[in-house]
Each structure stands twice: as structure tokens, then as C-alpha cells.
Design a protein around this ligand. Structure first.
Ligand code: AMP
Length: 271
């Protein structure tokens, strides 16, 4: 899930997790949980996040791969990672070495002015990553999470000055990744006919071409149908979850919460 801070990556990932049998890993949520738990990783990340900077690549890779390596045969979404070209290259090398290369990059494209105007109304439930907006998606009880009833918080890095720095970090460090993925997507597909490699190497090659898609809109509600269409077209065998209104709400289902806490547990070894 690729896009600017505040583009709605978390909201849209939550909707996908609610509708389909897949897991979402949000590096921002994982880091906020580490900060709240007072871990060593949290201490390292706190000051960097507070000023709208980026946490070092190697640390981020460790956090993500520790989690990914526990998800055998599961569909997953990465939200907020990779965020630098180097993270993209490290992730690609890691996934290639596991024989499970990335299949889809979705670029969530929302105009800067839209994001800036709505960020001041954003509230989050930190343990689950559920996001609310007081203008168009308020919690049922002001200030409290719909599912757990726990208090909501403003993200310290959503203040206008820090947010501007985060947006700048996106343009400087993250946006170049799109070109990188564009090039990977255009790479020639390696098949048994066009390659003369040791069979072991064949396993490591991209089974299908990476696909890069851009979805544009000013709200997650506008973007959702396009995103959902891309997912159902690309992954026709993806199992919808048995119950619940499909992807209609902005609440992370229990499965997503479990995924988030599992992810936090996986990184607790880094304490
Ligand atoms: P997010 O919730 O995705 O907006 O992330 C909040 C903050 O966490 C970012 O502004 C960064 O400081 C940090 N962060 C999250 N993901 C990454 C990443 N992949 N690389 C570096 N820093 C990250």
C-alpha cells in the first residue's frame, strides 16, 4: 500500500482486512505500539517520529521481516513500508530469497491540499490502529473507540508543522520508490522457456510480473471500489470473510486487531 502520509492507506487496508482473509502490517502502528510499551525500539523511534523523520532502514527491515517470516501461506498487505528506495531493495531481496516476491503495489493518490485539510481532524485508537475523522467519520462517542471504548488520541506527528515535514520526507525519500517498482513491473518475466538457470534459481524468480496500479480520489470512500476491483481481479481466489458488511466501515475487525497485536508480539523480541 503506497501513498503519502494521511492518504488513507490505514483506512483502506482495514477495509480489505475486514472483507478478505488477509493480514495488514502497518509499520507506523507497530512503532507507536513499541513507543507505548517503552521498548528499546520505541525509545529509538520516538524522537525521530516526533520530528517527522524516518526511522533507519535496517531497523525497519528487521521489524517487518520478523513479522513476515511468521506468515507462511498468508496474503498480507504492507502499510507504510517500504518508505525509502533502500527499504524497497532490502524488502525485494528478502522476499526473493524466500521465493515469495511482491505481486502488487497500489499507489493511493490523494492531492496534498485534501490531505492537509483533513489531517487536523484525525483521531486514532493506538492499540488497533483504527482511524477516525471528526468531520466525516466520527466515533460513536466523541473521543472514544467504537470497538473497545478506550480513549482515542491525536497523533503528535499530525500537528501541521511536523506533518509538512512528513510530506516532505515522502517527496524526498518515498516517492522515488514508484519508479523503482515501475521498473520491476516492466522487467521481463522469467519463464522456463527463456531462461537457462539451475532449477534452484528458478524458484527464486518472480513467478508473475509485479503489477503497479494507481487509484486516485479525495476520500477513501471514493477510492475503495477501484481498490476492491483491483484486488478481486488480481486475487480471484482470495477468500472473503464469512460475516460482516463487506468493507463498508472504517473499523478494523477483530482479525485485524489480532494481526496488529501479533505483529507487536513478533517485534517484542527486539526489546
Ligand atoms: P505512519 O503511521 O505510516 O504515517 O508512520 C508514522 C511515522 O513512523 C513516520 O512518520 C515515520 O517516522 C515512522 N515510520 C513508519 N514506517 C516507517 C518506515 N517504513 N521507515 C521509516 N520510518 C517509518
Amino acid at each position: 500500500m503506497f501513498g503519502k502520509p494521511g492518504a488513507g492507506k490505514g483506512t483502506l487496508s482495514s477495509r480489505l482486512v475486514k472483507k478478505y482473509d488477509l493480514l495488514s502490517i502497518s509499520t507506523g502502528d507497530l512503532l507507536r505500539q513499541q513507543i507505548q510499551d517503552g521498548t528499546e525500539v520505541g525509545k529509538q523511534a520516538e524522537e525521530i517520529m516526533a520530528r517527522g523523520g524516518l526511522v533507519p532502514d535496517e531497523l525497519m527491515l528487521r521489524i517487518v521481516t520478523d513479522k513476515l517470516d511468521t506468515l507462511h501461506d498468508k496474503h498480507w498487505i504492507l502499510d507504510g513500508f517500504p518508505r525509502t528506495l533502500r527499504q524497497g531493495q532490502l524488502l525485494e531481496a528478502h522476499l526473493q530469497s524466500r521465493g515469495t516476491p511482491l505481486t502488487l503495489v497500489v499507489n493511493i493518490n490523494v492531492p496534498d491540499e485534501v490531505i492537509i485539510s483533513r489531517i487536523s481532524d484525525r483521531w486514532v485508537h493506538i492499540p488497533s490502529g483504527r482511524v477516525y475523522n471528526t468531520s466525516y467519520n466520527p466515533p460513536r462517542v466523541a473521543g472514544y473507540d467504537d470497538v473497545t471504548g478506550e480513549p482515542l488520541a491525536r497523533r503528535a506527528d499530525d500537528d501541521p508543522e511536523t506533518f509538512t515535514r512528513r510530506l516532505q520526507a515522502f517527496y524526498n525519500s518515498t516517492n522515488p520508490l514508484l519508479e523503482y517498482y515501475g521498473a520491476l513491473a516492466n522487467q521481463e518475466v522469467v519463464t522456463t522457456e527463456n531462461v537457462h538457470q539451475h532449477p534452484h534459481q528458478l524458484l527464486l524468480d518472480r513467478p508473475d510480473k509485479l503489477v503497479v496500479r494507481t487509484v486516485t480520489g479525495s476520500t477513501s470512500d471514493i477510492i475503495w471500489p477501484d481498490l476492491d476491483r483491483i484486488i478481486t481481479t488480481m486475487f480471484p481466489t482470495l477468500t472473503p470473510r464469512a460475516s460482516g458488511p463487506e468493507g463498508a466501515q472504517n473499523t478494523t475487525p477483530l482479525a485485524g486487531v489480532v494481526a496488529a497485536s501479533e505483529a507487536a508480539a513478533a517485534t517484542s523480541s527486539l526489546k
